[in-house]
Design a protein around this ligand. Structure first.
Ligand SMILES: Nc1ncnc2c1ncn2[C@@H]1O[C@H](COP(=O)(O)OP(=O)(O)OP(=O)(O)O)[C@@H](O)[C@H]1O
Length: 294
């Protein structure tokens, strides 16, 4: 299984770009697609799910250009869009049966598959309740179930954990790991912890361009020697806050403990610390921002 994105740009009306010359090759496993708001994640997801076409460049699925033959991918695609809506008066079984019928599954196959999927997403016990009674996390799990109706080879989930509480977020992450198996899963998010424990590969995008593409361990390694901890008095902190790239701050009894991203220590008082994935993400985003401003 291979999804190749070659020099893809998406230009919207008014000379706005959603993507700019983005190239990426994706294989089996979970790709975490990380980027700040407006980076182009949804634009890329919509292109990969054949909802929209690139302005230039091409995407191939196992060698087939999806602009010329979208059905080759659609048949094996599962997609959970960012703004997934449900019919609140239907229950989970009715809703999934409705979607299965639209997608042309025969009713006997659909019933069996829906029963399996409701067990998988842990909603079997509440399958007869109207969806209006579901929590946000439960609705997202219905969303995943509908994306899996055709047992897809490519599963795309766009910012699935927005609005979920921490427990539901962890449950959703674990579900994605269970599902990854022998398929490509693309998980778009701006929350680093969503992909920390799940992704086999991470792509970072900013302003429509690819900033980094690596395994989580290589991404972590790329931020080695670039993360510093600085304990400074609370009244000094205000003078620095806009000059530094800050990964986190913790107020302590001794002052403010600041985690700073920088190529060299910003003060002799700093100590080098081991990077987290969040630090590495911030390092790549800020490096690309600096490059763009030169
Ligand atoms: N239909 C459109 N017309 C014009 N510009 C658009 C359109 N859709 C997206 N954009 C612009 O393209 C850029 C990328 O948007 P996109 O929604 O793909 O980003 P994103 O990374 O998914 O952001 P978020 O995390 O906020 O959802 C943004 O600058 C956005 O304003």
């Amino acid at each position: 299984m291979e999804l190749i994105i070659e020099g893809v740009s998406k230009q919207y009306k008014g000379n706005f770009y959603g993507l700019r010359d983005l190239s990426l090759t994706i294989h089996t496993g979970i790709l975490g697609l990380l980027g700040p708001n407006g980076a182009g994640k949804s634009t890329l997801m919509r292109i990969l799910s054949t909802i929209t076409q690139p302005s230039t460049g091409r995407v191939t699925w196992n060698g087939i250009d999806i602009a010329h033959n979208p059905n080759a991918l659609r048949q094996v695609l599962g997609y959970l869009p960012q703004d997934f809506g449900v019919y609140p008066h239907l229950n989970a079984v009715e809703f999934l049966e409705y979607l299965a019928a639209i997608r042309g599954l025969d009713s006997r196959t659909a019933r069996k598959r829906i029963d399996e999927l409701l067990h998988l997403v842990n909603l079997h016990e509440v399958r007869k309740k109207p969806l209006s009674a579901y929590s946000g996390g439960m609705r997202q799990r219905v969303g995943i179930a509908q994306a899996l109706l055709n047992d897809p080879h490519l599963l795309i989930v766009d910012e699935p954990t927005v609005g979920l509480d921490p427990e539901e977020r962890i449950r959703f992450r674990n579900l994605l790991v269970e599902l990854s198996g022998d398929r490509i899963v693309i998980l778009s998010t701006h929350i680093v912890s969503d992909i920390e424990a799940t992704a086999t590969d991470i792509a970072v995008i900013r302003q429509g361009q690819l900033v980094a593409h690596a395994s989580p361990s290589s991404l972590l390694a790329s931020a080695t020697d670039k993360v510093w901890e600085w304990l400074m008095p609370s009244d000094t902190w205000a003078a620095y806050r806009n000059q530094l790239i800050i990964s986190s701050t913790i107020q302590t009894n001794e002052g403010v403990r600041v985690r700073v991203i920088a190529d060299t220590p910003p003060s002799a008082a700093c100590t080098k610390v081991t990077p987290t994935l969040e630090d590495a993400y911030l390092y790549h985003i800020s490096a690309s921002r600096q490059e763009a401003s030169i």
